[in-house]
Design a protein around this ligand. Sequence first.
Ligand code: MG
Length: 398
Amino acid sequence: MQLRFFLLTLVTLISSGAALRAANTGSAFYGDPPDAHHPWAVHDHNRPQPPLVTPGTFSTRDEPGKPPSDAIVLFDGTDLSQWEADQGEGVATKWIVKKGAMECVPGSGFIKTKATIGDCQLHVEWAAPTKIEGESQGRGNSGVFLIGQVEIQVLDNYNNPTYADGFAASVYGVNPPLANALRPPGEFQTYDIVFRRPIYRAGQCVDPGYVTVFLNGVLVQDHTPLEGATGHMHRSKAGPLGEAGPLRLQDHGNPVRYRNIWYRPLPPRACEGGTDGALSEQATAAKRKEIAATLRHDALKLRETQEPANPLPEMLRLMESLVYEPNDEALGRVRDLEEAYSQQVRQLSADQLAAQKDQIKHLRNVYRYMARFNLLAWDSKLYTQLNQVIQEHNWDKK
Ligand code: MG
């Protein structure tokens, strides 16, 4: 049994290693090419690299963790300089900072950020009072109001039942959390929230918006569709909520504490000009045009700097541009360069030819790729010539 597991692991390691090597060849002619809704090929090396972010650290019971390097910190335990009272702009809040946490002073009203925030990843930690007072909605109640209007409930539900759609981490009045994963009162609880606002265009809903919430690392809202601003007793109505709004924390009469509050703005969705996911045909065509133009520009630079004896780099770059967008001028230049390269190959001695084996095989494979996806015709003379060379030397078999 153990031997079988070992062999299975070995096979998996070897095959994943092979896949990795293939993915790292750096060839532009590899995965399925762009299509009407995807401007990049599969495994496309022209697709931008993800930005570097240094991860933060997790919080412990006594110490808040560090935010990731690109986070915008709203409260780090020292002061309320980024916050104000909810009664208008520039009104100082009466909430207080004590032992690295901000604390709601009952009766003082909501607190809100001076900044307005739209789509974001939000991290908030809160603690209900250690001294247990009240029950149901009366125990350790506060709330995190996304875009100022959608309440993710804050409530001490540790041994404290209440109506399900009013539990801690519920979208208040709309959707209960998937689990009650609370720690005892007095301990800090973490909310990690992904918020996407609704998008409306000309009165039509393009995207309802969503909220995902992890409570102490446990998934409790799973991409829950938004139903507009939340409220008490009344059914929420779906509708636009604006581009951005302040983050508001509720005063519900309990001295709930907060610490370690930060967020990371999220990139636009495909429906609003973002480039992740399947795009509209129009957006895809525009992006493909842009990539092709960059590659043609690269090819022009290579033409200016490369040795005349080596037409291949420019030719490959132009062929790569044709993967994204047909272009007669680029195609014409490819034909000229094919001719130049073809003559060169013909003049190579046997030793020189052997030294070019990998390059020749690569170019032949590029032709196969281009032809397979109808990006170039199969009838290229150079393709035929390369195939002959490869067959004569039996390079495919060795
Ligand atoms: Mg509340």
